[in-house]
Design a protein around this ligand. Structure first.
Ligand code: HEM
Length: 341
């Protein structure tokens, strides 16, 4: 008892000292974060461990893109991404989940991860998803949701009572699934919308900040499959479909920003901005080439969404800050195992 008490005081002093150091450095105070190893462990327990693969978005493919910023982008932010000069982008498309054999013909998540390689060695990384909301509002809630999905050792399936109890107490975790259930199976990686989900601030030359949430919208519009078409396509069509479309010059996205107004929630990945908010096009991303399976420049990187260029700043969304450390842990594990996709 005495020993535990002593440890607690020591930890508290340590945390206070760290917070003080962070304040001196002008950093946000260290909030109580979920341990990143615990996050990745829980992914593995809930969804299985597939050596060498990403613990989320495991089934994926590298591509190379080019981004050209617009005048509207330049007006909102000094970020060099919007200069109007072509910017090379390391792209990764993926299917949601930890299973590298996840079927392409399910009503599930698709992802678009981007690394803009900007002049002067700056980079901008992001991982966007095919839903306007994420599956949890806070890191603690996300961890709880993952824990509720860990298979029961006897049935090898999640315990439905546990899943229900957690979801009943945390209704936000059901919003994303409802979106996917309402949408058809995407016909192509190039024909679905990808949302950034978090708000970010765009900072102009006078220092003025405009918060917004972005969406990458396919230039040719979205396209879904009927249930019969999805069945006929089978579980593995997205990579070849992407190669064919890119070879024909047909995969491009507008990088659109929905502008927040005063009073809008800009700290929540489960609360979209109101539909009627003005949208501006910050530029266009064109996919130039697709790598052979299991190769390419995206293999050994992780897309950490707080790696931002000068001119773009994070919002206070707690889910955003919580992503950096688990992504680094995930990268470390799969590099150690030999990266596969
Ligand atoms: C605390 C919350 C989160 C945790 C712990 C988490 C964890 C992870 C991990 C471990 C990976 C694999 C990283 C790698 O091996 O490179 C990953 C990938 C990914 N996550 Fe998250 N994630 C979180 C929140 C989010 C949110 C809010 C979004 C919504 C935009 C998101 C979108 C993605 C995407 C698109 C990928 C695949 C990126 C790629 O292709 O490399 N994640 N996540």
């Amino acid at each position: 008892m005495h020993h535990i008490h002593h440890t607690r005081i020591t930890n508290r002093h340590l945390l206070a000292a760290l917070a003080g150091a962070a304040a001196l450095l002008g950093m946000a105070p260290a909030s109580a974060q979920v341990d990143p190893n615990r996050f990745v462990d829980t992914f593995e327990r809930a969804f299985g461990k597939f050596d060498g693969f990403r613990r989320s978005g495991a089934k994926g493919i590298c591509a190379v893109g080019e981004f050209i910023g617009s005048a509207d982008g330049r007006a909102l932010s000094v970020a060099s991404a919007f200069s109007g000069q072509p910017v090379p982008v390391v792209v990764r498309f993926s299917v949601g989940g930890a299973n590298p054999k996840a079927p392409d013909n399910a009503r599930s998540q698709r992802n678009l991860a981007l690394q803009f390689n900007l002049p002067g060695g700056e980079t901008w990384q992001m991982g966007n998803i095919s839903a306007p909301v994420f599956g949890a509002a806070t890191p603690e809630q996300f961890l709880g949701r993952l824990e509720s999905l860990i298979p029961d050792p006897e049935t090898k399936r999640p315990n439905p009572d546990k899943v229900k109890a957690f979801a009943d107490a945390n209704p936000e975790v059901l919003l994303q699934g409802r979106h996917f259930a309402s949408q058809p199976v995407p016909a192509s990686f190039g024909q679905v919308n990808y949302w950034g989900v978090h708000a970010f601030a765009f900072v102009d030359g006078s220092g003025k900040k405009q918060f917004g949430k972005w969406i990458f919208e396919p230039v040719g519009g979205t396209q879904g499959l009927s249930d019969d078409e999805a069945k006929a396509k089978g579980g593995d069509f997205l990579f070849d479909d992407l190669r064919q479309r890119v070879a024909a010059g047909g995969v491009a996205f507008d990088f659109n920003l929905q502008l927040a107004q005063p009073g809008d929630r800009i700290d929540s990945a489960v609360t979209p901005l109101p539909d009627d908010r003005k949208k501006v096009t910050l530029g266009r991303l064109t996919i130039k080439s697709v790598a052979a399976d299991a190769t390419g420049p995206c293999l050994a990187i992780t897309y950490n969404p707080i790696v931002l260029p000068r001119g773009v700043e994070p919002s206070a969304d707690p889910m955003l800050a919580a992503r950096a450390a688990p992504y680094a842990v995930g990268l470390g594990r799969r590099l150690g195992e030999g990266p596969k996709q």
